[in-house]
Write a protein that binds this ligand. Sequence first.
Ligand code: PLP
Length: 412
Amino acid sequence: MAQLSPLLKQATPVVVDHGEGVYLYDTNGRRNLDFTAGIGVTSTGHCHPKVVAAAQEQIGKLIHGQYTTVMHKPLLELTESLGDVLPEGLDSLFFANSGSEALEAALRLSRQATGRPNVIVFHGGFHGRTVATASMTTSGTRFSAGISPLMAGVHVAPFPNAFRYGWDEATATKFALQELDYLFATMSAPNETAAFVIEPVLGEGGYVPGNTEFFAGLRERADRHGILLVIDEVQTGFGRTGKFWGHDHFDVRPDVIAIAKGLASGFPLSGIAASTELMAKAWPGSQGGTYGGNAVSCAAAKATLEVIQEEGLVENAAARGRQLLDGAKLVADKTPQIGDVRGLGLLVGSEFTTADGGPDNATAQAVQKAAAERGLLLLTCGAHMNVVRMIPPLVVTAEQIDEALAIWADAV
Ligand code: PLP
């Protein structure tokens, strides 16, 4: 008799039987509104018929083609489809399986292409759980505790987290950029820095959006010093924020993007995109993996892209996101324990604070539990797990948002 390792810590007691759209049906026959979407993955809803059909058809033809041995049609077709949505100039793709692997790939590319050792990451960023990506993660000590020595060459600069600093956005941004220059002067000289690695919206770090001025400051410094700007779109890509890419909100040009989650509706698939010129500066054949670019995942991803476009999911994320943010703000107005509500599109967080403004993780987690008991599944995030986040599938309707907000108000 085997059992699951305590290495896994489950946020809810739910055991799922099947999923459909925004609902997860558990083994007790209960219908749960899934506002976690498998941590921002199942954007097309659980088991979207078009994605299921594409995957089923592919399974009967070829499951695994191993892309360093042979090339296969689903990978080539997906590459072509992604060409229509990738940021301008990022026309070269490399595929892997998970978000962490995509960030590892971006790190390797950055170091090889520049010949420089250091990367600069930003306070509250989350980039994965492998040792290298955990070394680049500062959204909470839990991701790197007990695994030292971490990867060398990682330096941390502030993210303009206005609420946590207790400042306005402009002051927080000015401070963050000045600290970045101070870091250049002390810890990571520009000519030793390969890349900035940053999320458009801090995800695990508490759902904190960046801003246009800050990203303009990063872009300017990147251009001035020959540093690459790697934008981690793992959680924010594919329409999640109400624009196709999270960084589209900030009018900034990335050199590399990392993609995963919303790419394939739950099939494991990730990747990086960069210009052909930049990819050519890395060492050919230095990246790969047995399962990267799996044929069934690629077929599902191509269908996912079609669903996102045909069903207007980016526009829906923008409209339903406004509804969700407004509704969550109304609840916060009546709740002194909620210090801030923020987000972009269908990525909304409510931060629970104590009377002195500190993080209140006990209340956040009690509310998350109360919501789950009422049939609304939610996750927490933030360094102290005191931000309750809502990330429903992008197919969510206005009625389902209202239903979730009513449960949320009751749980709070
Ligand atoms: N980057 C970001 C922004 C993420 O949110 C995540 C996962 O939550 C990752 C990277 C790591 O992805 P994975 O868990 O698939 O390795």
